[in-house]
Design a binder for this molecule. Structure first.
Ligand code: M6R
Length: 615
């Protein structure tokens, strides 16, 4: 949530900062701003709304200095209006902030009291928690005169999650970066320093970066920087060489990133599987992930924790692992798990899934598990993200950068990896025959081409969206591995089309939600020809009998299903473990086209952000 960029160097900071913010816009997009040195002052320009509005405002703004900071916001405290946009400036001190200062009200009262005792009045211009930090630093600067010293003084007072950049007109060649929680990365380019929330904003300038850890402070001076611990002692940190160049973030002819990413899925799934499958031998292997063969064999219980779409991919994993490996699996959403005093044993393998690798709740769970001595395996898309760096073992989605806020290709890549995990555990436990392994592997290898054929649904939903958008709501139903897909289908529609949608286990309908069904309710039924097909069909009949408008996804050649549905979309015949990969595609296309027909911004849905670094 929120993207921050700082630059000190010979280029025009406006260009570097705006370029960086563009690649961070996925983190928040309700307002944006910069503070850049000009004529000895930090000139601040802010705008409500998307970054493009700030861009417009900046066209004719000259800056003669070589230091600046910028921010793209996802509002936590205060409405998304210009006066709450960052940077916040107090007495020449400008700051940008990602996160939440939990004790800001208490600190604000304290500051007001101190000021009153000195015969001063503190005025706040915004409703943000951030402005308070600018006041605290400005106040300290009057005493200590040093920017680093001021930050060292206030840092122990701040509670919450934050990453912050600070500049001051009295220190025109310095910038301070510090954090607790959300990521902050600093890159040393030729004659320049770039600091940002995500390595994407740094990569156009350098691939040599340092990951700032919690309560460390980076002090940028001119073209170089030093890192200090919270006591103000200089420390030496490893320089990480990022082995990938800035991903291409172009739409490549697609109207939206989301549609491009939906169409990229066959390739993304193939890339996720490739490192773990021996095509010639028709086997899987998870060597080189940091979990040893002995550890795989010792797994008696699996815990999968994640948020949102990643959680639904994890739920698919539960079915796969339990059925293939006969090991009990518990899944939970991270925000619940972290506060429910879970009972864990050392024989548990914890799998934490996060596309971004930065989700605050998921990260908190990972840290909690470490203190309980539970071995962990992360499944991330962003290499070197905090979750990736802190877990014991690592698996990568290899999806390539996902720009659309609604997750698509990371979801299907994760499902592919859940398959590999299930097979690996089954094998390590001696519960997978070579024949079954070969059968599952071949099914997975065929999946990308099968997904390719399902992409043809695009035309159907593009045409149907004008009708679908008028339904009062959508109910998604499925059983077994298709149940998490029903949840994911509903989430996609909610986040993109802002329509009422619910995902349900099909067998649960008659226990309540059936009451919702009438002729204005669309029922999306996931009914592939698997062992639960007949049961699902009965549930479909029940929904139809109540007047629901049925959109069914079924296996090709299933004429019975075609007969009872208003719309019938076919999936290629596949093993049960592959069906979720095929079902995901039409569900994403449905949400995409309905949202587009409603005129919504599908890449940046309202109120959301791609990387949720606050609780
Ligand atoms: O980066 P993560 O996978 O940890 O993110 C988890 C959720 O915030 C994310 O999946 C969210 O639900 C997406 N908006 C789904 O499209």
């Amino acid at each position: 949530m929120c993207g921050i960029v700082g630059y000190s160097g010979p280029q025009n900071p406006k260009d570097v900062i705006m370029g960086g913010l563009k690649s961070l816009e996925y983190r928040g997009y309700d307002s944006a701003g910069v503070a850049i040195l000009h004529k000895g002052e930090f000139k601040r320009v802010r705008a409500e709304g998307k970054l493009s509005i700030l861009q417009e405002k900046l066209i004719n703004e000259p800056f003669d200095g070589h230091l600046g900071i910028g921010h793209t916001r996802w509002a936590t405290h205060g409405a998304p209006v210009e006066r709450n946009a960052h940077p916040h400036t107090v007495k020449g001190v400008s700051i940008v902030h990602n996160g939440i200062i939990e004790n800001y009200l208490e600190l604000r009262e304290e500051l007001a009291r101190d000021a009153k005792a000195r015969g001063q009045v503190i005025r706040f211009e915004s409703e943000t928690d951030t402005e308070l930090v600018a006041h605290l630093i400005a106040y300290q600067l009057e005493i200590t005169k040093g920017l680093l010293e001021s930050v060292l003084k206030i840092l122990p007072r701040l509670n919450g999650a934050f990453s912050i950049l600070v500049v001051s007109k009295d220190h025109p060649d310095e910038m301070i970066a510090f954090k607790n929680g959300p990521p902050l990365i600093i890159g040393q380019a030729k004659g320049a320093v770039v600091v940002a929330s995500d390595v994407q904003a740094i990569l156009p300038h350098t691939n040599k970066v340092v990951y700032i850890d919690d309560f460390e402070i980076a002090h940028v001076k001119g073209e170089s920087f030093r890192i200090y611990n919270s006591k103000g002692e200089p420390i030496v940190k490893p320089v990480v060489e990022i082995d990938w160049s800035a991903d291409r973030v172009e739409k490549e002819g697609y109207p939206h990133f989301m549609l491009k990413e939906i169409f990229e899925q066959p390739r993304a799934v193939a890339r996720a599987l490739a490192p773990h499958i021996d095509v010639a031998k028709q086997t899987v292997s998870l060597s080189g992930t940091g979990i040893t063969d002995a550890q795989w064999a010792r797994v008696e219980r699996v815990l999968i924790v994640a948020c949102g779409t990643s959680n639904y991919a994890g739920m698919v994993g539960k079915y796969l692992i339990e059925i293939m490996a006969r090991v009990p699996v518990e899944t939970d959403i991270a925000s619940e798990f972290r506060y429910r005093q879970p009972v864990m044993g050392a024989d548990t393998l914890a799998i934490v899934i996060s596309q971004s690798g930065e989700t605050a709740d998921t990260l908190a769970v990972l840290r909690q598990l470490k203190t309980l001595g539970v071995p962990s395996l992360s499944v991330c898309n962003v290499k070197n993200s905090t979750i990736d760096r802190e877990a014991d073992g690592h698996l990568y989605m290899n999806s390539g950068t996902e720009i659309g806020v609604a997750s698509t290709k990371a979801f299907t890549s994760t499902i592919a990896l859940m398959n590999v995990l299930a097979l690996q555990i089954a094998k390590a436990k001696g519960r997978l025959s070579p024949e079954d392994e070969a059968r599952y592997v071949n099914a997975l290898l065929a999946a990308p081409a099968q997904m390719e054929t399902v992409l043809a649904c695009d035309k159907f939903f593009a045409a149907a969206a004008d009708v679908l958008k008028n339904y009062k709501g959508f109910l998604y139903m499925g059983r077994g591995v298709s149940y998490p897909l029903a949840l994911e289908g509903a989430l996609k529609l909610k986040e993109l089309a802002y329509m009422h949608a619910e995902g349900y286990a099909a067998g649960e309908m008659k226990h309540g939600p059936l009451a919702l069904i009438d002729k204005r309710m669309a029922v999306v039924m996931l009914a592939p020809s698997d062992n639960l097909y007949e049961k699902t069909l009965s549930n479909l009949e029940e929904a139809k009998a109540r007047g629901g408008v049925i959109i069914a996804l079924g296996t090709v050649g299933n004429e019975r299903l075609r007969g009872i549905s208003q719309s019938y979309l076919t999936l290629p015949r596949a093993e049960w473990n592959v069906n979720p990969l095929l079902e995901a595609v039409p569900l994403q296309l449905l949400a995409y086209h309905v949202a587009s027909a409603l005129g919504h911004d599908v890449d940046q849905p309202r109120n959301l952000a791609k990387s949720v670094t606050v609780e």
